[in-house]
Design a protein around this ligand. Structure first.
Ligand code: BLA
Length: 317
């Protein structure tokens, strides 16, 4: 294994950023997502005062976990800042065959800015990617919120629409949590695609930081409540239905996976409100009162990008 000679981050962080894997006669590259995390934390520190989250210094368990397979290691990072309730990262490094990044920023609820969301799953052959500034409030019915945040960002989406094309059918539920600038894509893992993804991550990340810098604190308690409830609904959805759950369970076991999901990744789900999953999503209620374990009630649809270049929903089926 040779460190990548092109990559400046190797020198800076002394980490191997790209591992070349020999697959038969073909050489493919599995990216490491560590350089994404390093970039994001450095960039945030230039823009705001980050302080380590209590999750990081009080709870050893949210620093590093070794997976039960003995191979993959999972690294956690978490911070707070004046406009940031929680910035957290989970990086699963399973070497050549598995790399996962779940990087999210949840704003302080006095602000209505979007939630930064980078979810990258990469095996040696395939990558499944979601990169978005997830809307805090519904952008399908709430035009005002859509125009406030996304109208001026459509060029960013257009920049990557061809390089990272729509990844195929998506559940109706996921679409409701995505913005008109979402990058939802799948590709055969390669160095070239990894480089494009890094550029996109840079652009989306800096854009989110710009939004943060300009965000103005909400004065009305009623609006703060709405923000808080919207964030709680988002956390509740993801803590229950995120597609990564089964892999996480395999890696760390059921009990630890639940802890990681509720206390770390979607922290706030047990604190921001008392509402339950079924209060928000009653269509999942089974006759015995439990939650249907289907991931989607609406099913998969949206084979093509349903947003046009102006951010209008063009295909609603
Ligand atoms: C698949 N992950 C997916 C898919 C999406 C997302 C859209 C495609 C499958 C589908 O259509 O649902 C991501 N979906 C999201 C995100 C939101 C959403 C971010 O609704 C936000 C609202 N992915 C991870 C992590 C792991 C992971 C942490 O982010 C593992 C620990 C794995 N994602 C993963 C795997 C698949 C996947 C293994 C393919 C499995 C499947 O399709 O069921």
């Amino acid at each position: 294994l040779n460190p990548c000679s092109r990559c400046q981050y190797n020198n800076r962080t002394n980490k191997f950023i790209e591992n070349k894997i020999k697959l038969g006669t073909q050489i493919v590259s599995a990216l490491s997502y560590q350089k994404f995390v390093d970039f994001a934390v450095d960039e945030t520190k230039h823009r705001t005062h980050l302080i380590p989250s209590p999750l990081q210094y009080q709870q050893e368990k949210f620093s590093h976990i070794q997976a039960v397979d003995g191979k993959a290691k999972i690294d956690f990072l978490s911070f707070e800042a004046s406009k940031i309730r929680l910035l957290r990262s989970m990086h699963i490094d399973g070497g050549d065959s598995l790399q996962v990044l779940d990087f999210g920023i949840f704003p302080n609820v006095a602000f209505d800015m979007p939630i930064f969301c980078a979810n990258f799953f990469t095996s040696s052959s395939m990558s499944i990617i979601v990169l978005d500034l997830n809307p805090l409030h519904d952008v399908i019915s709430n035009r005002e919120y859509k125009e406030k945040y996304y109208k001026s960002l459509m060029p960013l989406s257009i920049k990557y629409a061809e390089l990272l094309p729509w990844g195929g059918k998506l559940t109706g539920e996921s679409l409701r949590f995505f913005s008109p600038i979402v990058i939802w894509t799948r590709f055969t893992s390669s160095q070239h695609k990894g480089d494009i993804l890094f550029d996109a991550f840079n652009d989306y990340y800096k854009t989110w930081l710009d939004l943060m810098e300009h965000a103005v604190q909400e004065q009305s308690p009623a609006q703060v409540m709405l923000n808080s409830e919207a964030q709680h609904k988002y956390l509740t959805w993801r803590a229950e239905k995120d597609p990564g759950h089964s892999l996480l369970k395999k890696l760390v076991g059921e009990a630890k996976a639940r802890d990681v999901l509720r206390s770390f990744l979607f922290n706030g789900v047990d604190e921001l409100s008392r509402k339950t999953f079924l209060d928000y999503f009653p269509e999942y209620k089974l006759e015995d009162g439990s939650i249907n374990d289907k991931r989607s009630m609406m099913g998969k649809s949206f084979e093509n990008r349903p947003w046009d270049s102006k951010g209008e929903l063009v295909d609603n089926c």
